[in-house]
Design a protein around this ligand. Structure first.
Ligand code: FES
Ligand code: MG
Length: 575
């Protein structure tokens, strides 16, 4: 066999091999109709596809992958598309978060085991982004991300409606009779009327912003709607760039530096992104080996201006954000804070890439001189109720509840909450602090998005719209309220959250970053003697592995044995 053109490519160790092994690698690839010249000596670009009909947000990815291939071919590469475990938020039970780490394993091993020189990640729905980036980080090949894009604005009864955010509102309205069941059903098709992920600044949009801010996408990628033809242009260009990155051997670790993580935290504050960012960014940092702590989110993010007027904190949606200038316009406003030495996949910094950006609608994107809030971001609070921390998103909370003292109304499980919340005899008023236990990583298991518990019907009817809520759960990025989340250690491992009783006094003080349970240490020690973890009844399979090895929320809830990276070398042959 003649020596191939570029024997430095990783894929050459497969397709350029002599003898029996080379025969096996080449012959079976040829059965798909590729002539030898199409892949011989060319950079092989793996397109990691999360297309799935049970991940509706990524339902357009078969077509999108085809567009990426066009770009790869144009640049002289050879694309090979492969499926990985895909997680859709809306259908999967008990929660997609339970499987984020499992999906990341499928990504990591699929990348490492195959003859790829660079990777394109197609991401969309909430967990598809972190799981793919985590898996890719553990392999450390050149990697570029294409966020699949948000849906077009929802429209219902003459008004713009946003994914998730308006669902919570409609559910309240249905409960109190402000909306009929027929209207409720009609709103379903009005909310999700195009391809793409949630249209609000929920977790999917937050993740798209995160990958762009980390430098993993081409400039401007995150806000382009899925249905906009410019998303396909971006996919084509990303395919082309992946080929160059393969030749340059620009591994993902060159992009994912500590400075890049700091940029992602700052940009998350600027756009008012989801609290879920904390878990995913910590997990990605753990994989790539960058030292990042829960406290960093507060230290780096909470002094940053909040600039983006999008639901759930504000008024507009991702489509409006794109027309108003998209992320480059926000990056330009944030230039004074961002690290300029972090490079993005095109070799330039975020700020350098955004020099020509402009704000086209300052009601959507505010300037840094005149921000929506001087201090956005995520606050990390601590106290005897969450010794390793809990988080809250002040921009989605009520100012009058940021310093508050009230009596605890405790729900032992989410089922207990559902059974009693609308009981007219439940002793609760607007000054109460709602506490939900056993919804953390191990306790549920999988840390579901139930932290934004709906208020009791009798208080909704009184016109109450927000109350203090505390739990070890997560909250959907599309949700809002004075909600303390990710309490660590969680109740299921014996955290003090598990010891709270009805009527205990709880004090929250966000400006001073404190959450305190007014119960003495002696009393807590006494209660601990009678505390028992719930028996969840899992004794096999992935769920048991998860429960045994998942880390707490303040560490990103990755499985402990997945922390770190093994690189992309495979020492042994397959035949
Ligand atoms: Fe997929 Fe919201 S449900 S992004
Ligand atoms: Mg979500």
């Amino acid at each position: 066999m003649p020596k191939q053109e570029n024997d430095k490519l990783r894929s050459h160790d497969w397709f350029g091999k002599e003898g029996k092994d080379g025969f096996l690698y080449r012959s079976w690839i040829k059965n798909q109709g590729y002539p030898a010249h199409q892949f011989k000596g060319k950079p092989v670009i793996g397109i990691c596809n999360t297309w799935s009909e049970v991940t509706p947000c990524n339902g357009h990815f078969r077509e999108l992958a085809q567009v990426v291939k066009n770009g790869v071919y144009e640049a002289g590469g050879f694309p090979l598309e492969f499926p990985v475990m895909s997680l859709g938020e809306t259908l999967i039970r008990p929660t997609a978060m339970l499987y984020r780490n499992l999906a990341s394993m499928s990504v990591e091993e699929s990348i490492r085991g195959n003859p790829f020189d660079a990777i394109v990640l197609l991401t969309g729905c909430d967990k598809t982004t972190p799981s793919l980036v985590m898996g890719a980080a553990s392999c450390d090949l050149p990697t570029i991300v294409i966020p699949g894009g948000p849906m077009l604005n929802g429209r219902f009864q003459g008004k713009v409606i946003g994914s998730g955010t308006d669902t919570w509102r409609f559910a309240d309205d249905l409960k109190t009779g402000k909306m009929t069941p027929e209207e409720f059903e009609e709103a379903e098709s009005c909310m999700s009327r195009s391809i793409g992920h949630c249209s609000t600044m929920g977790t999917a949009s937050t993740m798209a912003v995160m990958v762009e801010a980390l430098g993993l996408t081409l400039p401007g990628a995150s806000a382009i709607p899925a249905a906009d033809s410019r998303k396909r242009v971006l996919a084509h260009m990303s395919g082309m760039r992946a080929v160059e990155m393969a030749k340059e051997k620009m591994n993902i670790s060159q992009v994912l530096t500590r400075e890049a993580f700091e940029n992602a935290i700052m940009m998350n504050a600027a756009v008012g992104g989801s609290t879920n960012l904390v878990l995913h960014l910590l997990a990605i940092a753990g994989r790539i080996g960058v030292d990042l702590s829960l406290e960093d989110f507060d230290k780096i993010g909470s002094k940053m201006p909040f600039l983006l007027n999008l639901m759930p904190s504000g008024k507009y949606l991702m489509e409006d954000f794109y027309y108003a200038g998209g992320l480059p316009a926000v990056i330009k406003e944030m230039a004074q804070f961002l690290n300029n030495d972090a490079i993005t996949v095109n070799g330039k910094s975020l700020v350098d890439n955004s020099k020509g950006a402009k704000i086209w609608n300052d009601d959507v994107i505010a300037s840094s001189e005149n921000p929506i809030l001087r201090e956005g971001g995520i606050a990390v609070v601590k106290g005897n109720l969450c010794e390793n921390g809990a988080v809250i998103k002040p921009s989605a909370a009520s100012p009058h509840l940021m310093q508050h003292k009230g009596k605890a109304v405790v729900f032992e499980t989410i089922e207990d909450y559902h059974a009693r919340i609308d009981d007219p005899n439940l002793e609760i008023d607007e000054t109460s602090v709602m506490v939900l236990k056993n919804v953390g990583p191990k306790g549920y298991p999988g840390m579901p998005e139930v932290g934004n518990m709906q208020l009791p019907k009798k208080l909704l009817e009184k016109g109450i719209t927000d109350m203090v809520r505390i739990s070890d759960a997560r909250m959907s990025g599309t949700a809002y309220g004075t909600v303390f989340l990710h309490a660590s250690p969680e109740s299921a491992v014996g955290g003090n959250l598990g010891l709270v009783q009805n009527g205990d006094e709880i004090e929250v003080d966000v400006p001073n970053r404190k959450v305190h349970l007014h119960v003495t240490d002696e009393e807590l020690a006494e209660r601990r003697k009678n505390w028992k973890p719930l028996d969840l009844g899992y004794d096999r399979g992935y769920t048991q592995l998860y429960i045994n090895t998942v880390m707490q929320a303040d560490k990103g809830a990755d499985l402990d044995f997945l922390v770190g990276k093994s690189g992309h070398e495979v020492k042994r042959e397959s035949h």
